[in-house]
Write a protein that binds this ligand. Structure first.
Ligand code: RBZ
Ligand code: NIO
Length: 362
């Protein structure tokens, strides 16, 4: 693949990290007593290369359809993808409400929505852009590669372009997906990347069970066999994995994540779909891992495997299984709290609080 972008990921900023850790230890609390909120502030400092900040934050959703949905792998029809795009713009989706509630800009990029959607102007929801890659062909991953090399590369760039269009002072990027059928694509990617059996990574998605769940497992089995035996995809080639069994929004997520990390914007990873894109990116380039924070443990079956492979400790475990960056948005207030505490607490010196534990205690 000659056209692939060449990413250069920054290392964590050791001096910002050290300064943040040192400041945490001067604040008026027993050392370590704010637990993960301390770790979050320190991690953000290292990623961003300065004082930790949770704002400005931007939510970016990539939407696309999956021909594999024709096999009955989703509890909902493919038309939902287009209808939800309109819903994001009108302001009625979960992601729209959470963004409004948090004062976060929501951007939706159509990278391959197959059905027409109502063009809504003046809604108080998302800004919508249809990327030219949306008109490129996509295959049914059960029987052929989902993306050609060229389409894959264009989808990666569509993702990166959306990050380049954000205000350059954006400090945290919340990424999300919308695409009926995409838990099938993500499960196939996970099976290939981690060498797992389809039944270990296929979950209910929007709510399939019984025969439909068995069918979904068989579709993933067919897809992974085909990718390996016909397309010659190796688990050691994550680009080919995304191309063969991923989708346009998943490729765009990889490109967006990579660009955000290059720009030292912290990436708050959502659920199963976004985490699978994260896993692919880390397998492409291990240095990308340090730019990521993980919002939650999705109820979707395969997510636990992806999180474990990424050595990720997610912030929340709320039984959520929606996508749309909804869990990343639910976790953003924790980043807000971590940064507010880091910046706003008094130090032992400034508040004249004795800063030593009693001898013989910790
Ligand atoms: C109304 C509605 C809103 C959604 N928002 C996110 N998803 C989520 O569900 C889909 C993946 O599940 P599956 O693979 O089972 O189709 C994706 O669109 C994902 O973003 C939704 C699904 C529905 C039905
Ligand atoms: O965790 C996710 O990202 C998810 C789970 C189910 C359906 N859509 C997305």
């Amino acid at each position: 693949m000659a056209l692939l972008p060449h990413w250069v990921f920054p290392e964590l900023d050791a001096s910002a990290l050290g300064a943040a850790r040192a400041r945490q230890d001067t604040l008026t609390k027993p050392r370590g007593s704010l637990g993960v909120l301390e770790d979050l502030a320190v991690a953000l400092a290292g990623i961003q290369g300065g004082a930790p900040a949770s704002r400005p934050a931007a939510a970016v959703l990539f939407a696309a359809d999956h021909p594999v949905a024709r096999h009955g792998v989703s509890a909902y029809p493919p038309e939902v993808t287009a209808a939800m795009v309109a819903n994001f713009v009108r302001g009625g989706a979960a992601a729209s409400v959470l963004c409004r509630n948090l004062g976060v800009d929501l951007r939706v990029v159509d990278v391959g929505v197959a059905h027409p959607y109502e063009r809504v102007d003046g809604g108080d929801g998302a800004r919508l852009r249809r990327d030219p890659v949306a008109d490129d062909p996509i295959g049914d991953l059960r029987i052929e590669d989902a993306l050609s090399e060229v389409v894959y590369e264009r989808a990666l760039r569509a993702g990166a372009a959306e990050i380049d269009a954000l205000d350059s002072d954006t400090r945290v990027v919340l990424l999300g997906d919308m695409g009926i059928g995409n838990t099938t694509a993500a499960a196939a990617m996970t099976a290939l990347l981690l060498g797992l059996a389809p039944e270990d990574v296929v979950g209910a998605g929007t709510g399939v069970s019984g025969d439909a769940l068995s069918r979904k497992i068989e579709v993933v089995r067919d897809a992974t066999r085909r990718a390996q035996e016909v397309s010659g995809v190796l688990r050691t080639d994550p680009h080919r994995v995304v191309q063969a069994v991923g989708g346009k929004e998943i490729a765009a997520l990889v490109g967006a994540m990579a660009r955000a990390i290059e720009l030292r914007m912290a990436v708050l990873v959502d659920g199963f779909i976004v985490s699978t894109a994260a896993l692919a990116l880390v397998r492409m380039c291990a240095e990308a891992r340090s730019g990521m924070l993980f919002a939650h443990r999705s109820a979707e079956r395969g997510h636990a495997h992806v999180l474990a492979a990424l050595d990720a400790r997610p912030l929340l475990d709320l039984g959520m299984r929606l996508g749309e960056a909804s869990a990343a948005l639910a976790a953003l207030p924790l980043l807000d709290a971590a940064c507010a505490l880091h910046a706003g607490m008094a130090t032992f010196a400034s508040a004249s609080v004795p800063d030593r534990a009693r001898p013989g205690t910790r």
